[in-house]
Ligand binder design. Structure first.
Ligand SMILES: Cc1cc2nc3c(=O)[nH]c(=O)nc-3n(C[C@H](O)[C@H](O)[C@H](O)COP(=O)(O)OP(=O)(O)OC[C@H]3O[C@@H](n4cnc5c(N)ncnc54)[C@H](O)[C@@H]3O)c2cc1C
Length: 367
């Protein structure tokens, strides 16, 4: 069995490390910070395939949802994943689009149905009825959310039980390339680590980690702004999406908030603190939906960057002209990681190509 280096211990790196180690591969995971210390640690992490096109990308996300569910059989319990579904209502101007989306998803056998306000309030009794108004509500019973760091730790621990080695605080500065083939990596501290194959799972840092020694996979990252409440008196059990803001439970009574238009009000360079106007505004919006939690202030705010390949789709596989090198970079990694980890490990170990990944090869950027 080959020696393989996985760079990065987010949800993707730990998923592929677990599957490789399970297949008997000698795996070393090199992580610049700590397990889940990158984007995975700051993610809304809604597991779904609600708005994923084209069809192959929708199917890939459904495979991710199924893979999360299947981990229950493998691990006995999956405390990192929460079901509960998702409810969604829209402003009048967006309802035609929502209707078309639900029809398309039903056509694709995705679990979604229309419910009325009374049924929505039975699911989430703390929501103010007037926040929903007369909006039709879409109910996605199989959606859920992930605690990505808990998941990544579980995958890494399972990999280590199968012999994988984890080295944290080990930053990769580039690849060792000889005769068009990767032979290992160079670390920022000047060390060389040799391996038969290198899997780059550094997400938004993919091109920095390869240090100019591999073709650049073009990324089009976007900024995400998340706000967290302190524990609040509300019994929210699921992901809620509304024209006012989106939110979900985040443990111990805390809620995590996201609202698309607020992303544009922040930058990664901006000092982020819970007292910032943008965070206060988001929590105020939330109290329009959950008046029972007022008065409340944000407990934390985070600005982070989504690792998105230029065309919005996953980039999974070898890159042209460089042997023994495999890249995994994607948005929707909270949903996709258990499926992508298993598919990638299968490809790396068997040398075959999974048809599910055919449309997501990095090679499309170099044609
Ligand atoms: C605001 C926001 C909301 C999101 N919402 C959702 C959602 O609702 N549903 C969903 O499915 N997905 C969502 N995502 C996307 C999802 O979080 C990411 O796709 C996923 O976390 C990416 O995981 P990763 O393992 O590829 O990357 P990361 O978690 O970033 O892991 C990469 C790791 O590599 C390490 N690293 C970096 N450089 C080096 C180096 N040179 N050497 C060694 N290690 C290095 C980093 O420290 C990090 O730990 C969201 C993302 C954001 C930002």
């Amino acid at each position: 069995m080959p020696d393989i280096i996985v760079i990065g211990a987010g949800v993707l790196g730990t998923s592929v490390a677990y599957r490789l180690a399970s297949a008997g591969v000698k795996v070393t995971v090199l992580e610049a910070t700590r397990v889940g210390g990158g984007t995975s640690g700051v993610s809304f992490a809604w597991t779904n395939s609600c708005n994923k096109a084209p069809r192959a990308y929708h199917d890939l996300n459904v495979a991710g949802m199924r893979a999360h569910a299947a981990l229950m059989d493998e691990f006995g319990s999956t405390p990192w994943w929460h079901g509960g579904g998702r409810i969604e209502w829209k402003a009048p101007a967006e309802r035609a689009e929502q209707k078309a989306k639900v029809a398309r998803l039903q056509d694709w056998d995705y679990p979604v149905e229309w419910i009325d306000r009374k049924q929505a309030l039975e699911l989430e009794p703390d929501i103010a009825p007037e926040a929903i108004g007369d909006a039709p509500v879409a109910w996605y019973p199989r959606d859920g959310w992930l605690d990505p760091v808990v998941y990544a730790h579980a995958m890494m621990s399972a990999a280590r039980r199968r012999g994988a080695v984890l080295r944290i605080q080990t930053r990769v500065a580039g690849l060792i390339v000889e005769g068009g083939a990767v032979k290992g990596v160079r670390t920022a501290s000047g060390e060389t680590v040799y391996a038969d194959q290198v899997v780059n799972c550094t997400g938004r840092w993919s091109n920095e980690a390869s240090g100019g020694d591999a073709p650049v996979v073009p990324l089009a990252p976007t900024i995400g702004f998340l706000v967290f409440t302190p524990p609040v008196p509300a019994s929210i059990q699921r992901v809620v999406a509304s024209p006012i803001c989106d939110f979900r439970p985040d443990g111990a009574g805390r809620l995590m908030l996201h609202w698309g238009p607020a992303d544009a009000t922040v930058t990664p360079e901006l000092g982020v603190e819970p007292g910032m106007d943008q965070a206060i505004d988001l929590v105020k919006r939330l109290t329009r939906i959950l008046p029972g939690i007022a008065p409340v202030k944000p407990e934390a705010a985070r600005v982070t960057v989504r690792p998105i390949p230029k065309d919005g789709l996953s980039a999974i596989g070898p890159v042209p002209g460089l042997q023994n090198y495999y890249v995994m970079v994607t948005h929707s990694g909270a949903t996709l990681s258990p499926a992508l980890g298993a598919m990638a490990a299968d490809e790396i170990v068997s040398g075959t190509r999974r048809p599910e990944l055919a449309e997501f090869r990095p090679a499309r950027f170099f044609a």
